[in-house]
Design a binder for this molecule. Structure first.
Ligand code: IPE
Ligand code: IPE
Ligand code: MG
Length: 245
């Protein structure tokens, strides 16, 4: 039963595409924003559960670089929701020792939201519990592009030679920097796609797709994902026999 040993059971890094808010609201004849607001409750549950279970990092996809294409009122509603959540939840994060960090191109947000993000990051910087990473205006391709730009700059100024570049250099130049790569990827809402989330970092993540819409996703659903993860054999290119030995 080696697979059931504690360390292997709980993923170190969980990454979630929180999908299905709009459909959840639509099914209730409510505006899409109602679903996004309800989704905040699932976010709270998942953070608490991961924190209690001893997960090291939790990365939540909150807004993709493609989500700007949505109707203007949905986008502005989401921006106000982010602002409100940051204002209300900082105290709880400090209480639960959660460190909040953002990844994504924050320069597209209002000056007020950028300032709030910087403040919450600073206020929780000393927290040593769960690392909560919120991907906002994030795209996996954007992340790879900004990493390439950083590295091209290092090459141009002679800090690095092109043939000295390694995968580790790329990993460090990505917005996730020193974080461990995700062990478990969860997507709710029934779609089975990555939608430009952590493209490089997900290379060896275990994938779990849930039919539940994000506002319905709770502790029980997350435990189901953890159970599925605990039953997987991660081979990283090796044979099953090699992994067992
Ligand atoms: C995910 O839910 C939240 C964001 C993308 C911000 P959706 O809004 O995509 O919900 P569906 O997929 O339309 O149901
Ligand atoms: C992915 O969901 C982005 C977030 C959950 C923030 P989408 O609903 O935007 O993805 P697609 O458009 O269905 O691929
Ligand atoms: Mg969606």
């Amino acid at each position: 039963m080696a697979k059931k040993e504690k360390n292997n059971c709980i993923p170190r890094h969980v990454a979630i595409v929180m999908d299905g808010n709009g459909r959840w609201a639509k099914a209730r004849f409510m505006p899409r924003l109602f679903g996004h607001k309800k989704g905040v409750e699932s976010v709270r549950k998942v953070i608490k559960y991961c924190s209690d279970a001893g997960v090291e990092c939790l990365t939540l996809f909150a807004f993709s670089s493609e989500n700007w294409k949505r109707p203007e009122d949905e986008v502005s509603g989401l921006m106000s929701l982010f602002m409100g959540v940051l204002e209300k939840e900082t105290v709880g994060m400090l209480r639960h020792n959660v460190r909040l960090q953002f990844i994504g191109d924050r320069s597209a947000f209002s000056a007020q939201l950028q300032a709030k993000i910087a403040l919450v990051e600073q206020e929780t910087a000393q927290c040593s519990g769960l690392k909560l990473i919120v991907a906002a205006n994030y795209g996996g391709r954007w992340d790879i592009l900004q990493a390439v730009r950083t590295m091209a700059g290092q090459v141009q100024c002679g800090e690095l030679k092109p043939d000295e570049l390694t995968e580790a250099h790329i990993g460090k130049a990505l917005s996730t920097q020193e974080l461990p790569e995700p062990d478990l990827f969860i997507r709710t809402g029934g779609e089975q796609r990555i939608s430009n989330f952590l493209l490089w970092q997900l290379a060896y993540a275990e994938l779990f797709f849930s039919e539940k819409l994000w506002p319905e996703f709770d502790e029980k659903c997350l435990q189901q994902a953890f159970d599925a993860y605990a039953g997987r054999e991660r081979r990283f290119g090796m044979t099953g026999e090699q992994v067992k030995a």
